[in-house]
Design a protein around this ligand. Structure first.
Ligand code: CUA
Length: 353
């Protein structure tokens, strides 16, 4: 091989590699990391990208050089000389990819095992997904529940995820991980948040009519702020299922109903001005008085039955089989009563306007 050809090939490889590097680095392809796991995943991503740029530069240089240098003359119709393989080249182009692919596998295996490794004081969060909402509860803190995923910064957190109906998927782009929530299984996701802030938490599995509305947030707080949030929630939360007697004197019945409404994500699908809810999937709950009249039922039993057996009466204009019956099943009697009386009260208020 002549020295001129080597210099030309090297020059082309540098140009191709430079362009590919610019495409990789200049646009912001990934959101800024907000967890240790995301940092490791980003490392794997860039490790693979670097290998891709290296291979791309070699292939592009050889291709462009061959096109320019070995172009046929206009009146040349001859075939090229027959070639019967080149053992040296074949060994080279087998060994180099083998080393590269094996190194990607090793890096990925190390990252996966580190990302799954829980610390001793891992915080457990139970995630319940259902059409079309997520509920997060903290079993170590008296099952405090929240419609938003609250996390302490710097602490190892394990999500235990269940679905009450179809397959959903949890994704926070800044955490880089995505995990399906499958009926009948408990899937797990390990997160160690490293950055304070509020990040979008989305369902990324097409799960029905309200899929695009199935969004929540992950809020990363300082550990002290998180602890005081947990304590505060523990005090004001509706009493846990088994020990329910009546709502405590500090919470009014309508406040208890509102917290049930919010904790179950009713606002993802319904509009209700008393709860600042603007969902559009299901019937507008400000019109409950008119709906009950149309269904020819007393308001209170209409609201109750519509939660327990959503398909019993379908308001014209809205599809059947969208609201799951699981809400009615998962609520305790006092929670159900609270949310029914809250809805009846707010419906009467907005109906009288
Ligand atoms: Cu749940 Cu999409």
């Amino acid at each position: 091989m002549r020295r001129g050809s080597i210099v030309a090939l090297l020059g082309l490889a540098l140009i191709a590699g430079g362009v590919a590097t610019a495409v990789a680095l200049v646009p912001t392809w990934l959101p800024e990391d907000a967890s240790q796991e995301a940092g490791r995943i980003a490392f794997t991503f860039w490790f693979v990208i670097a290998i891709c740029i290296f291979i791309f530069a070699i292939v592009a240089a050889v291709m462009v050089y061959a096109v320019l240098r070995f172009r046929v003359q206009e009146d040349d119709f001859e075939d090229g000389p027959p070639i019967h393989g080149h053992t040296g080249l074949e060994i080279t182009w087998t060994i180099i990819p083998f080393i590269l692919v094996t190194s990607i596998a090793i890096v990925s295996a190390i990252v996966l095992s580190r990302n799954d490794a829980q610390a001793k004081d891992t915080l457990r969060v139970d995630v319940t997904a259902q059409q079309f909402t997520f509920t997060f509860s903290y079993p170590d803190a008296g099952n405090v529940t929240s419609p938003v995923l609250m996390l302490p910064k710097g602490r190892s957190v394990e999500l235990y995820m269940r679905s009450l109906d179809v397959i959903h998927s949890v994704f926070v782009p800044q955490f880089s991980q995505k995990e399906d929530v499958v009926p009948g299984l408990v899937t797990q996701l390990h997160i160690t948040p490293t950055r304070l802030g509020t990040f979008p938490l989305e369902c990324t599995e097409l799960c029905g009519l309200g899929h695009s509305l199935m969004r929540s947030q992950a809020v990363v707080m300082e550990p002290a702020a998180f602890d005081s949030w947990l304590k505060k929630q523990g005090k004001t939360a509706a009493p846990p299922s088994s020990t329910t007697t009546s709502t405590t004197s500090t919470t009014t019945p309508s406040a208890a109903g509102l917290s049930v409404f919010n904790a179950n994500g009713c606002s993802s699908c319904h509009t209700l001005s008393a709860a600042n809810a603007t969902g559009k999937v299901g019937p507008d709950l400000d019109n409950l008085v008119a709906y009950a009249k149309k269904a020819n039922q007393p308001l209170e039993s209409f609201v109750h039955d519509s939660i327990v057996d959503p398909n019993a009466y379908i308001q014209p204009g809205y599809p059947k089989n969208v609201m799951p019956g699981t809400f009615g099943q998962s609520l305790t009697k006092s929670q159900l009563d609270a949310v029914v009386s809250f809805l009846v009260q707010s419906a009467q208020k907005s109906g009288n306007k």
